[in-house]
Design a protein around this ligand. Structure first.
Ligand code: NAD
Ligand code: ZN
Length: 229
């Protein structure tokens, strides 16, 4: 089979072997925190300090993380195939660290901060503290530039453009629980595209996929890419 417009959708599972916790696996983030306490606008309204502390810890962990073979395999695919878009739900920067281009961050980026007063977004790799100031207006009302539950995902137009002509979608390390990303596979399949899932265990939406690779991403991503291309 020959594919012209390839989209790769990645989730927390691709970064697991780089030492970044996923959400829903045993030992994952939701074992220690409740979504309502740290990843919603109302949590931010109730307890900014706790929300900030959670994201500061995540940022530190992600700052030191290194891309793994699954990330670098996608970079090499992009070097050999001229139309590969990566849509990631991850807020880490491991695709960029691996040298990938054309990466769409639908849930934001932990290394960016946003001013709540003037909405300016700026790069920020350190903890967000009480004295962190907006580069434009000087306000210290600053939040991580990530998408919380009940908020709208980022870059919808870029996602639509990538998916409308997609003839191959490969999902990697995503549990298929968080919409709208969880609906991308059905969308592509309904338009005649081929869909593949790469996951450590069968996801909730496994039955819809044309092909499934089960196992750790560092093993299964190279296997899949070498077989398909
Ligand atoms: P999730 O935790 O719901 O699911 C992770 C999936 O990855 C599961 O299906 C699991 O079986 C699989 N997995 C675990 N280890 C794997 C491995 N070594 N190889 C292959 N697959 C593996 O994560 P999700 O589906 O991405 O959930 C979406 C939400 O998670 C998003 O909102 C995203 O922002 C957030 N998130 C991001 C990060 C990050 O930036 N690295 C980390 C945690 C959560
Ligand atoms: Zn500002």
């Amino acid at each position: 089979m020959r594919f012209d417009n390839v989209v790769i959708l990645t989730g927390a599972g691709i970064s697991a072997e780089s030492g970044i916790q996923t959400f829903r696996d045993p030992g994952g983030i939701w074992d220690n925190y409740k979504i309502d306490d740290i990843c919603t606008p109302s949590a931010w309204g109730r307890n900014k300090q706790l929300v900030q502390q959670f994201h500061n810890t995540a940022r530190q962990q992600m700052k030191d993380a290194k891309p793994n073979t699954a990330h670098t395999m996608l970079t090499s695919l992009q070097e050999h195939h001229n139309n590969v878009t990566i849509i990631t739900q991850n807020i880490d920067d491991l695709h960029e660290k691996a040298g990938s281009t054309n990466v769409i961050h639908v849930h934001g980026n932990i290394f960016e901060a946003q001013c709540e007063d003037c909405t300016t977004v700026f790069k920020h790799r350190d903890d967000i503290a009480d004295d962190t100031k907006c580069r434009l207006c000087g306000s210290n009302n600053i939040r991580p530039h990530v998408v919380w539950f009940e908020e709208q995902p980022h870059e919808n137009d870029a996602v639509d453009m990538a998916l409308v002509d997609c003839d191959l979608l490969i999902c990697i390390g995503t549990s298929g629980c968080v919409y709208p990303a969880a609906g991308f596979a059905t969308y592509v399949k309904n338009r005649g595209g081929y869909i593949i899932d790469i996951n450590k265990q069968l996801s909730f939406t496994a039955q819809q996929f044309d092909q499934i690779y089960l196992g750790d991403a560092t093993k299964t991503v190279p296997l899949c890419i070498n077989q398909i291309f």
